[in-house]
Write a protein that binds this ligand. Structure first.
Ligand code: GDP
Length: 508
């Protein structure tokens, strides 16, 4: 009898233990699920298509970032126009009809080099990666806009690590240029549009089957003719274009009269070009998404407020520079992005009733900027009582473009910066431009220092979320009339040689 009681008691205890284990593991499971979703994303799952920007046709698992980005990013206050949405859907159909693997692509590729053949139903623009990742991204978005405007198919040269960075953006097809594409091994400069103009080798009589476009910052006057209406009339008829650019040339596309009408319909709010096209086109691969979400969940998701600080040092020697650190502090404190420091005594008297947790995401090739900031807020109390946590995902020390993991980290950091509430960027850096535009933010831009001193004033608030086109064609050229009549292109805040799109409502 005693033995039976003992047996029943043991059984009962055992069941209780199993039950508690189940509860604990379920709790942990719940934790694991909730930790993957930011606590205050406030974004209903229905908007995973970003106001219709994205197609529903994709398999979610193959590219988690595509439909999960809405869980991490605050809802954009800028709705894409219905016209843009329908233009994107038509583009997707065009890409399916003409993309790699189709009969149309095969025919068009076969006709390369044969200038006597008539243009088929599909025309293409091949994008070639030039310079760092930020430069590549701004030129890719510009090239896509050009493709949309001219009904060309955008194909991406895959000899670099693009496929490890971004998912396919167009459903049911590929944007990667097949590796056997004949032109890539033999870039013939005599086929460069600028060179052909200079040597009178091009005329309306014969339309070449392909042309190179040289739109890199050191391009010459003849290359810049690409932005003239008259030249576009000719270029439009060329079946294959191969574009080399490291610039955000969108503002000058707005100054081509025949494009302007269409652009106004596509982007009634002018300064949303990169914001919409970037969110449409640029979906980090699952590997990069892992870098982004693990970092976000671990360090940013619990903060009341997040601040991104992007530190790009262009001077030689680069690295940690006191005058750059002073510039960052001057900007973040004057703009109250970060609290000032105080003494222990005043901290006791000024104690805030509801201190905030501020997470600062610093991105830089060098570790010292974030270390210094972290130490400052550890050694002294903040005047508001707010807690400041400082994080930096990587310290790569030097640029290693085309090194797969290095580029993946760079992309993850641009993306993480774009998720912050406020952003401070380094002037003239395309790395910062990408973060600002993706996030729909207007950054505080740190002027580029000269003579190893902190510039005065040290920073300027961006008037629009668009990137700056650093080296546009001269405004007294073929675009002179359009420039005078436009109210939505202006000089960049930190670089008067450059042009950027603004929404006239914000500036005038
Ligand atoms: P830009 O030169 O500032 O216009 O930006 P780019 O992105 O075109 O080139 C700079 C490159 O240096 C990046 O693509 C990265 O490879 C590297 N880099 C510069 N700053 C950072 C940074 O803060 N984090 C990481 N991970 N890489 C950086």
């Amino acid at each position: 009898m005693k033995l039976r009681t003992l047996f029943v008691t043991c059984l009962l205890l055992w069941s209780l233990m199993l039950l508690s284990l189940f509860i604990i593991s379920n709790d942990q499971l719940l934790d694991a699920i909730t930790i993957n979703v930011p606590k205050d994303s406030g974004k209903p799952r229905e908007d995973k298509l970003l106001g219709g920007l994205l197609s529903e046709e994709f398999d979610e698992g193959s590219c988690l970032s595509r439909y999960q980005s809405s869980l991490y990013r605050k809802p954009s206050p800028y709705e894409p126009s219905q016209y843009l949405v329908s233009k994107l859907r038509s583009y997707e159909m065009l890409h399916k009809r003409c993309g790699p693997g189709t009969e149309a692509y095969k025919r068009a590729a076969e006709q390369l080099g044969d200038d006597s053949r008539s243009v088929g139903e599909c025309r293409y623009i091949v994008w070639v990666a030039v310079h760092g990742l930020g430069n590549r991204i701004v030129s890719l978005v510009s090239t896509f806009l050009y493709a949309l405007l001219t009904e060309r198919v955008l194909l991406v040269d895959q000899r670099t690590d693009m496929k490890y960075l971004f998912c396919e953006p167009f459903p049911g097809t590929s944007w990667l240029l097949p590796v056997d594409f004949p032109l890539m091994g033999q870039l013939d400069s005599s086929r460069c549009y600028g060179t052909m103009l200079k040597t009178d080798a091009i005329n309306t009589g014969t339309i070449p089957s392909y042309l190179y476009l040289y739109l890199i910052h050191d391009y010459e006057d003849h290359d810049k003719m690409f932005f003239c209406e008259r030249d576009q009339n000719l270029i439009r008829q060329v079946p294959w274009l191969v574009s080399n650019s490291n610039q955000y040339f969108v503002p000058s596309l707005w100054l081509i009269p025949s494009f302007q009408t269409e652009l106004i319909k596509l982007f009634p709010r002018k300064d949303t070009v990169f914001h919409h096209l970037g969110r449409y086109l640029l979906h980090p691969t699952n590997q990069v998404w892992g870098l982004i979400t693990r970092f976000y969940n671990a360090y940013l998701s619990r903060a009341d407020e997040t601040l991104g600080v992007q530190v790009r040092v262009f001077s030689n020697p680069a690295g940690y520079l006191e005058h750059v650190m002073n510039q960052i502090l001057s900007c973040t404190q004057r703009e109250k992005l970060l609290p000032e420091l105080t003494t222990l005594e005043s901290q006791v008297t000024n104690k805030s009733t509801s201190p905030k947790l501020k997470a600062v995401l610093v991105t830089s090739l060098y570790p010292e900027y974030s270390e210094k900031l972290r130490t400052m807020y550890w050694e002294s109390p903040s005047s508001t009582g707010d807690m400041v946590q400082v994080y930096q995902p990587s310290q790569e020390m030097f640029q290693q473009t085309d090194e797969k993991l290095h580029d993946q980290k760079a992309l993850a950091e641009m993306y993480l910066l774009s998720l912050t509430d406020n952003l401070v960027t380094s002037g003239l850096s395309t790395f910062g431009y990408v973060a600002q535009s993706l996030g729909g933010l207007k950054a505080w831009i740190l002027y580029r220092p000269t003579n190893h001193t902190t510039p005065d004033p040290p920073y300027v608030k961006s008037v629009s979320m668009e990137p700056c086109f650093h080296r546009p064609p001269p405004i007294n050229g073929c675009q002179a009339k359009t420039v005078n009549s436009t109210r939505f292109v202006r000089r960049c805040e930190e670089w008067t040689m450059g042009l950027k799109l603004v929404d006239s409502a914000d500036v005038f």
